[in-house]
Design a protein around this ligand. Structure first.
Ligand code: AQP
Length: 357
């Protein structure tokens, strides 16, 4: 890493607001963007795991609307989607009373710390971020400046709570590395031991759900085709229609995982089925060996409806009372703010925005 890095001062001052609640392994920050229809990929790849982490960690669940607007979002739709993501998380088993479930822009310390980090991170570091290259595509000059500095904001999301652990998918590993580098450079530059080094936490199988239309693309909220994903709001009939129309190939299902080589769509559907039935891919392949897609798709639909149906019903109930969702989010923001504000104050004293004594 480039940039000046003076050594940390021994015994440098740090208000000790690191997490150590009795019996817990640390503090986790998880984020999800309110960028569209929350889908089965978000559920199997992230939310379901977060539900499991609640018993072992103090958890902060953040709906990252500041990240969302790095690409255009319709304002009314952003408000609706923010509530919908909150409803999906609660319906899936996130407990907002035991944890903090909140909206990123409602806790100003995220953006305030991000500015400081914009001045700590080096351009060379950001230039190496592959997600910017992927998301900006060929039209790089027209991408928002926010999209470029997105990883600095993500570092602030994590470090403003001195989170010790972050559940990350494959595509976010590079950003977590950057957050660690920013923490270290901040500590070194100012000669303090203010920020911890957050660790990745992986729980359950590292699941990547692919598009139902194209097995080489990940299932995504912002995919223009609604048939590419199963939304957490889809009813049984819609799920059945989407699974029926999912791209496949003409052959029956193989009897070994090796037989999925070169069959991305078959592999994706079997992966989804395995995750929904809590089986390994090997077990799911063995169970479905030799089946025609028509039979397998009927079984997959039945399973998806059984898992998503109750979540969907609870989401609908919550969405009928948006004021209640807003109350939950406001409580979450107050809780998050009570952790973030002292950390920000510590940062402000360290950089000289506030007198140190
Ligand atoms: N297809 C997926 N399979 C497994 N996990 C997934 N996640 C997203 N898509 C899949 C995980 O969901 C969490 C929240 O994701 P995010 O909202 O922060 O952003 P994303 O990864 O960019 O999600 P989308 O759905 O693809 O949104 P858009 O279209 O806006 O980019 C993360 O933990 C992510 O890994």
């Amino acid at each position: 890493m480039s940039g000046s890095t003076p050594p940390a001062r021994e015994g440098a001052p740090s208000e000790d607001n690191r997490p150590s609640p009795a019996g817990l392994k640390g503090r986790i920050l998880s984020g999800i963007q309110p960028t569209g229809n929350i889908h089965l990929g978000n559920y199997l790849g992230a939310i379901r795991n977060w539900v499991g982490l609640q018993k072992d960690f103090e958890c902060l669940f953040c709906i990252v609307d500041l990240h969302a607007i790095t690409v255009w979002q319709d304002p009314q739709e952003l408000t609706r989607t923010t509530r919908e993501v909150a409803a999906a998380m609660i319906a899936a088993g996130i407990d907002p009373a035991a944890n903090a479930l909140f909206v990123q822009s409602h806790v100003p310390a995220h953006a305030q710390l991000a500015w400081v980090f914009n001045c700590v991170a080096r351009l060379g570091w950001l230039n190496r971020m592959t997600q910017f290259k992927d998301k900006a595509g060929k039209n790089r000059e027209n991408a928002s400046a926010g999209l470029y500095v997105y990883p600095n904001l993500m570092a602030a999301d994590i470090l403003v709570y001195k989170a010790t652990h972050v559940p990350v998918g494959e595509d976010q590993k590079q950003h977590l590395e950057l957050a660690r580098d920013i923490a270290q450079k901040f500590n070194n530059d100012y000669g303090v031991a203010l920020f911890p080094q957050p660790e990745p936490v992986i729980r359950g199988p590292g699941m990547r759900v692919m598009s139902l239309r194209d097995g080489s693309k990940k299932m995504s909220k912002s995919d223009p085709s609604d048939f590419s994903r199963i939304n957490m709001t889809d009813d049984a009939e819609t799920i059945a229609g989407k699974v029926r129309k999912a791209t496949t190939d003409p052959n029956p299902l193989p009897d070994s995982v090796a037989g999925l080589e070169g069959r991305a769509e078959a592999a994706n559907l079997l992966n989804i089925y395995a995750a929904l039935t809590d089986q390994t891919l090997e077990q799911a392949v063995a169970e479905q060996a030799g089946q025609q897609f028509s039979q397998f798709k009927a079984r997959l639909t039945e399973t998806a409806v059984a898992v998503l149906g109750p979540i969907n019903a609870e989401m609908k109930r919550l969405m009928n009372d948006p004021a209640e969702i807003d109350r939950i989010l406001a409580k979450g923001a107050a809780k998050a703010n009570s952790i973030a504000a002292p950390v920000l104050r510590e940062v402000y004293k360290t950089v000289g925005f506030l007198p140190a004594v």
